[in-house]
Design a binder for this molecule. Structure first.
Ligand SMILES: [Zn+2]
Length: 77
């Protein structure tokens, strides 16, 4: 069974890259039984969404495409 620490790492990494099927399954299974990590995951996704929104306001021309955003990386100024 994955530890909370491992799941926190997977949640964080999952925002920046695609997790493997194994990693995603591990994370989902853990989230089913762990409230702390479910909350953590939700908060990370909220922060990510807020940052994405801010980036869009900052750059009106930017396409809201998470795939291309991932390819370019967060630093593109
Ligand atoms: Zn946990």
């Amino acid at each position: 069974m994955a530890t909370c620490k491992e799941i926190h790492r997977l949640v964080s990494e999952g925002l920046d890259r695609d997790l493997s099927v194994i990693e995603r399954t591990k994370m989902r299974l853990h989230l089913l039984i762990c409230d702390a990590c479910t909350n953590f995951s939700g908060q990370m996704q909220l922060i990510r969404k807020a940052m994405h929104k801010m980036a869009q306001l900052d750059e009106p021309d930017a396409t809201p495409d998470p795939e291309s955003d991932r390819a370019r990386g967060p630093e593109r100024r």
